[in-house]
Design a protein around this ligand. Structure first.
Ligand code: PLP
Length: 441
């Protein structure tokens, strides 16, 4: 009698109705999900749904649906594509430069086994990154040699370390923080070199560098103040004036330009470029691959052959070497058409106005003037005159959370959609996203 009663109680316990793991794993949709997701991920999703039923958060009958929904929503990687409607070309939070079509293709092709360090003709080992090196030298004939590393920070660290041991001479006006709390002076000293600061925040003269040069000098470093500007009573020493002093004293002159322009850009007259810096006498120039160059994350070093060779031989070079995917995408960016960031920079203001006006009309919204920005990649303060669609501010959050995710700027009570960095082919999807965001509210 007592045993019978206990059975009845257990049958009544809703937890007994929770589907078993093997039953859930055998559902056709779950079996399909296992093609894209690992066994441990699928089992984790199953366990989480069962736990929710056990705790009473969902009904046991809802477990299968919960599993299917969770697997359906779950991409293999969590990074999601974003429509950048901020008007900021190089947005570090949004992954900086979007890659060109050829760069995306090259990246896919390099994803499997590839001849990154292998000569298919002779069957012997070859120099890593030979293709991208040729592409860089072709794009920048003033450089004798080139080396690609993980990013701009790695390039700076490698250069100041490999040219040592010793002191790195740098102006007090150029000791910059590049974002997220990272400071170039800390980066330089982290691997051993010491800093020899010269001049003041606003003014540094040639004599300051001359007085600082001693037998302990590793190199002289000019850092482009890419994310801020000092104006007023200022003076810096141009590379062309510093170079003769460095040459005379045998001190290598390194220029960290940051932004990644290989040649002068008429729209950004204040922005330094690699060719001019080398012609002015820099021995080594450093740029990032994913700013105005428009490629993947990379640090690019260009300059005199013996200086580049010294860097390539240093043990740190191996620790900061570039990935095959980055090498492939960078080469395709250099040999390909104008990359998306530069296309966005050079957009015709009238075309931009017409396009934005069309979208504003479709969305029953206002067209307003709006200035884009280059962003962290350089030309920090230079306004890029353009336009925006002004929407109700409450749309910013649903737009961000929608599919596609759209990132806008909220300014003075308006949610602004700037089309400068949105590919024209996406206008339709953007309009749809706004309609969806309006109904989602
Ligand atoms: C962006 C920047 C860096 C850092 O480059 P990353 O590619 O972000 O590592 C270094 N120096 C300057 C002047 C920069 O603008």
């Amino acid at each position: 009698m007592r045993e019978d009663r206990q059975d009845v109680r257990e049958v009544d316990d809703p937890r007994r109705r929770i589907p078993r793991t093997d039953h859930l794993l055998a559902l056709p949709a779950v079996a399909r999900a296992r093609a894209a997701l690992g066994e441990h991920v699928v089992r984790g999703v199953v366990r989480a749904a069962q736990d929710r039923a056990r705790s009473g958060a969902i009904a046991p009958e809802g477990v299968a649906d919960e599993v299917l929904r969770a697997l359906g929503d779950r991409p293999a990687a969590s990074l999601r594509p974003v429509l950048n409607a901020t008007g900021v070309l190089v947005h570090t939070n949004l992954g900086r430069a979007p890659l060109s079509e050829p760069a995306r293709q090259a990246l896919l092709e390099a994803a499997g086994y590839t001849d990154v360090e292998f000569d298919l003709d002779t069957g012997s080992r070859s120099r890593r990154g030979a293709g991208v090196r040729s592409a860089l030298l072709e794009a920048c004939p003033d450089a004798e040699d080139a080396l690609v590393v993980n990013n701009g920070a790695a390039a700076l660290s490698l250069a100041t370390t490999a040219l040592g041991p010793g002191e790195v001479i740098v102006s007090r006006g150029e000791l910059i923080e590049i974002g997220a709390g990272f400071r170039l002076p800390d980066l330089i000293t982290a691997t051993g070199p010491s800093l020899r600061e010269v001049g003041t925040t606003n003014r540094t003269h040639l004599a300051d560098y001359a007085e600082a040069i001693t037998p302990a000098t590793a190199c002289a470093l000019r850092i482009h103040t890419s994310n801020y500007r000092i104006s007023g009573f200022t003076s810096t020493v141009p590379i062309a004036e510093l170079a003769p002093l460095c040459r005379r004293t045998g001190v290598p002159l390194v220029a960290d330009l940051g932004s990644g322009l290989l040649a002068p850009e008429p729209l950004l007259p204040e922005e330094p470029d690699v060719s001019s810096a080398l012609r002015d006498g820099a021995d080594l120039v450093i740029i990032s691959g994913d700013k105005l160059l428009g490629g993947p994350q990379a640090g690019i070093l260009l300059g005199r052959a013996e200086v580049v060779a010294r860097l390539a031989r240093h043990p740190l070079a191996r620790a900061v070497r570039a990935d095959k995917l980055a090498l492939a995408a960078l080469e395709a960016t250099l040999t390909g058409p104008v990359p998306p960031v530069l296309a966005a920079l050079r957009r015709d203001p009238e075309e931009l106005r017409e396009r934005t006006a069309r979208l504003a009309e479709r969305l029953d919204a206002r067209l307003v003037p709006h200035e884009g920005r280059v962003g962290g990649g350089g030309g920090a303060e230079v306004p890029l005159p353009g336009w925006a669609v002004a929407l109700e501010p409450a749309l910013a959050a649903p737009l961000r959370r929608g599919d596609p995710a759209v990132v806008t700027t909220v300014h003075e009570g308006e949610c602004l959609l700037d089309l400068r960095c949105v590919p024209e082919t996406e206008d339709e999807r953007l309009a749809e996203a706004v309609r969806a965001a309006r109904t989602a509210r």
